[in-house]
Design a protein around this ligand. Structure first.
Ligand SMILES: C[C@H](CNC(=O)c1ccc(S(N)(=O)=O)cc1)Cn1ccc2ccccc21
Ligand SMILES: [Zn+2]
Length: 258
């Protein structure tokens, strides 16, 4: 009869107690100070190659911290740019703020936040699987795409329409239609890149970040659809929001730019 509630996840400022790497030398996200970013010709000499297929998405899950579109590795590869080998897409998810607010992105640009940020997570093919890659310094590459509030994003609609079907943690719905995640990338492929970490525990310092410079527009309704996802709050079940980590110390890292 003794009700033992599952511990409500602690906020970012407490993560260091269980994950000391939270105060590490290459933590993410960061504030991107555009005047300090260094244009690196090598990035354009060997352009980032994104070759996704349009039948790679398997399902959408409510992870209790975000939505997550799980992808089978068939044919969804990126290479070039800052990457020394081929990486395969394994999942994509997002982070966002309060209803109608302008904060919610994890990376910021000269202190400016966006209402949401999409993360396309890839693992280095030199490792045997994502479990082996996840904590290696060159194990992961995550493409970050800022969402701004504006007109509806036709490409995001098939995904944002599914959120109402996965309201609770571990809810999952299969994706029966063909879907090409490349539609979520901005037309202009310019980006900033730096060495960082996972932005949620275990905060492994294993990510080569590729943050697209241009945001993509999504509608207020599509941003609102993110709140069809529910999660545990101190006062019980509530709308999932503010699932973003604030910017972390740069620790002298160089941010390169195309
Ligand atoms: C980390 C892994 C779960 N986390 C992620 O995969 C992940 C991916 C991207 C981001 S973000 N927001 O930076 O794009 C954050 C988290 C589980 N996992 C897999 C193997 C493994 C081994 C030990 C502990 C956990 C382990
Ligand atoms: Zn993320």
């Amino acid at each position: 009869f003794l009700q033992v509630a599952s511990p409500v996840p602690q906020g970012p400022n407490k993560w260091h107690e269980q994950f000391p790497i939270a105060k590490g030398q290459r933590q993410s996200p960061i504030d991107i100070v555009t005047s300090n970013a260094k244009v690196d010709k090598a990035l354009s000499d060997n352009p980032l190659k994104v070759s996704y297929s349009n039948n790679c998405c398997q399902s959408v899950t409510n992870t209790g911290a975000s939505f997550q579109v799980v992808v089978d590795g068939a044919g969804t590869e990126i290479s070039g740019g800052p990457l020394d080998s081929t990486y395969k897409l394994v999942q994509f998810h997002a982070h966002w703020g309060p209803l109608g607010g302008d904060e919610g992105s994890e990376h910021t640009v000269d202190g400016v936040t966006y209402p949401a940020e999409l993360h396309l997570v890839h693992w280095n093919q030199k490792y045997k699987d994502v479990g082996e890659a996840v904590d290696k310094p060159d194990g992961l590459a995550v493409i970050g795409v800022f969402f701004s509030r504006g007109k509806e994003h036709a490409g995001f609609k098939p995904i944002s329409d599914l959120f109402a079907k996965v309201p609770r943690k571990a809810d999952k719905v299969d994706i029966s239609f063909n879907y090409d995640p490349a539609c979520l990338l901005p037309a202009r492929r310019d980006y900033w890149t730096y060495l960082g970490s996972l932005t949620t525990p275990p905060l492994f310092e294993s990510v080569t970040w590729i943050v697209m410079k241009d945001p993509v527009e999504v509608s207020a309704e599509q941003l609102a659809a993110l709140r069809n996802l529910l999660w545990e709050t101190p006062s019980g079940e509530g709308q999932m929001c503010n699932n973003y980590r604030p910017p972390q110390p740069l620790q002298g890292r160089l941010v390169r730019s195309t």
